[in-house]
Design a protein around this ligand. Structure first.
Ligand code: HEC
Length: 129
């Protein structure tokens, strides 16, 4: 049997490696590689509700948050007003960037480009364009 002291020393020995592993894990699963992969720049200069934002919503959120969908607990993100309300109370951006239960629920996180477009649309005054 390993004495308490020995196993404690072992933990002390392995700890830096475990720490390194954790750091590596987090840095390697960083999401914003889309632009690099596809060679397209992420345009956040003029994010339009009816184009970029609608595309994101239709592709990633509508299945639960629009029409008669029941998967979104009645929360609707379909019309301009609904999305603007969610953006104003900070839930829209918050929901896609938080670590705990990010939206889209149970799916992979939005790309950094899409998250940046949402952020830009909000910062540009949530225009209905
Ligand atoms: C698979 C179904 C599903 C998809 C897809 C989905 N959601 Fe949700 N969403 C939910 C559910 C269910 C809730 C209720 C809270 C919970 O259970 O997490 C919710 C809650 C929310 C809320 C309000 C409360 C909260 O938890 O923050 C916002 C805002 C939201 N979703 C935004 C989005 C956005 C933006 C997308 C697309 C990028 C999206 N959701 C995609 C199911 C979904």
């Amino acid at each position: 049997m390993i004495s308490f002291k020995k196993s404690f020393m072992r933990v002390r020995f392995y700890f830096p490696f475990v720490l390194l592993g954790v750091v590596f894990l987090f840095s390697s699963c960083y999401y914003d590689k889309e632009d690099v992969l596809y060679g397209t720049a992420c345009d956040t200069s003029n994010v339009r509700f009816n184009v970029e934002i609608k595309n994101i919503l239709n592709a990633h959120c509508a299945g639960c948050h629009s029409g008669n969908a029941t998967g979104g607990m009645g929360i609707k993100l379909e019309t301009y007003q609904e999305v603007k309300d969610a953006a104003e109370n900070e839930m829209f951006l918050e929901s896609v960037i938080r670590d705990n239960n990010p939206m889209p629920k149970n799916a992979s996180r939005l790309s950094a480009c899409k998250i940046n477009q949402i952020r830009a649309w909000i910062n540009q005054g949530m225009k209905e364009n």
